[in-house]
Design a protein. Sequence first.
Length: 162
Amino acid sequence: MPKQWALVLLFLFTSCATTKPTQDKTEIIKVLDDWHDAASKADEGRYFSHFANDAVFLGTDATERWDLPAFRAYAHPHFSQGKAWSFRAVSRNITLGASGDAWFDESLETQNLGPARGSGVLLKDSSGQWKIAQYNLSVPIPNERFAEVKKLLESAPAAPSK
């Protein structure tokens, strides 16, 4: 093979290899931003369309571990009143896995919680669309305030086990 063709093939291979992760991250950003936008507009159908069928949502309370039907039952009254929640990512990290999955963490601005953090896992469904398989919403506690929070947690009633 002539040297020029070898260089062209090498260029094409490396271009394709670097385009796919960039494209996946761009698609994931769009999914997460649209998901947050759907909640802020109380668009229940659009919001839940971003979840995998067997998704899990972990809320800020120790009792809040919901499969998708349970989370939808919890969220439906909020959406039906036209008042869901408003989260906006101010920063986000995305890691692509070798097996076609992705995980992320994001710092959030929220109206009700104040600063919050979301993290989760996305998988591609059979049609090639990224879906949220797990989302974990948390409220970060500054280390210097943790002793106070620990006292509050210790004085709170125990969460029921599942």
